[in-house]
Design a protein around this ligand. Structure first.
Ligand code: ZN
Length: 73
């Protein structure tokens, strides 16, 4: 089973954008997916109601550092 990430519309509940994560380091795939989502207005606009999803939250995790640490193992 592949990892996937999805964002849902806060207004109507439809899936705004989903992306399958490539095999490999999930954190790296998630980081790339979030950056793509935040940079692409069409990706974060709901197809159902037109609501624009706020930028996805990366939280306090320093994802590139996490990926680098995982790679080093
Ligand atoms: Zn919607």
């Amino acid at each position: 089973m592949r990892e996937a990430v999805a964002w849902y519309c806060a207004r109507c509940g439809a899936i705004v954008h989903s992306e399958e994560l490539p095999t490999g380091i999930p954190q790296e795939g998630y980081w790339n997916a979030v950056r793509t989502f935040n940079a692409d207005l069409s990706a974060c606009t709901c197809g159902g109601c037109g609501e624009v999803h706020p930028p996805a939250d990366l939280g306090d995790i320093a994802w590139p550092e996490v990926v680098a640490a995982l790679r080093a193992e």
